[in-house]
Ligand binder design. Structure first.
Ligand code: ATP
Length: 233
């Protein structure tokens, strides 16, 4: 479904991705783990076309999207919930969701909002609350909900559990499973390698912009090098 072939990405002279090849198949949850600064966010953003890959190819459902504009990519069936959950703090929950459905008609937006509320009853309860006054976990649900408003076939999630309490983290992982069960493929970037590998079908390990390991979630969880480096021994 998504294929990166030998992708190189730079910020000026700094190389952030070095010959990265990654594949996400339809119906999978695939996770990308790695330390701070490994290039995880850069990889997701490169898929979205900003920054652009300087070398290599990115294919989505067979179409070469490497040099497409971000807005084109966002309309092609890919959505992202970015790091830091950037919701619009002064808008209500319902208004944030409407913004997420920006290129749909009114009926589709209503249906989209109903769908998001069915996944996140908490957001329905808080429909008229300003997003900036919600808890971190609620804002994260809203960020995921907003991404789902475009009815993506592939959902990119950047650190959805960062800074959240364990109970909320468990809820977010439940939601990720539910989203996948609804037929949406998930590409998940996580610092929380333990939880991410438990939920993922497959995982990639990124170090200094390079993929250094790729395997099933279960095998990576059981791997002693991975346990030492990313799972606290
Ligand atoms: P984290 O978990 O800390 O978010 P990450 O794995 O997502 O880390 P990236 O944010 O992709 O890593 O960063 C990869 C490298 O690129 C880092 O060395 C970072 O300093 C650099 N980098 C990221 N964004 C920029 C930018 N806008 N300009 C210059 N360098 C950048």
């Amino acid at each position: 479904m998504l294929k990166l072939e030998g992708v190189h990405t730079y910020y000026g002279a700094i190389q952030a991705l070095d010959d990265v090849s990654v594949e996400v198949n339809q119906g999978e949850i695939v996770t990308l783990i790695g330390a701070n600064g490994a290039g995880k966010t850069t990889l997701l953003m490169t898929v979205c076309g900003s920054p652009r890959a300087k070398q290599g190819r990115i294919l989505f459902e067979g179409e070469d999207i490497t040099n497409k504009q971000t807005h084109h990519i966002m309309r092609s069936g890919i959505a992202i919930s970015p790091e830091g959950r950037r919701v619009f703090p002064d808008l209500t929950v319902a208004e944030n969701l409407k913004m997420g459905g920006f290129f749909a008609n009114r009926e589709e937006i209503e249906r989209g909002i109903d769908h998001v509320y069915s996944l996140f009853p908490r957001l329905k309860e808080r429909a008229n609350q300003r997003a900036g006054t919600m808890s971190g976990g609620e804002q994260q649900m809203l960020a995921i909900g907003r991404a789902l408003m475009t009815k993506p076939r592939l959902l990119l999630l950047d650190e959805p559990t960062l800074g959240l309490a364990p109970l909320i983290i468990a809820q977010i992982f439940d939601i990720i499973r539910t989203v996948r069960d609804e037929g949406i493929t998930v590409f998940l970037v996580e610092q929380n390698a333990n939880k991410a590998l438990q939920v993922a079908d497959r995982g990639y390990v990124l170090e200094n912009g390079k993929v250094v390991m790729a395997d099933t979630g279960a095998n990576l969880l059981a791997n002693s090098d991975i346990r030492k480096a990313y799972l606290g021994g």
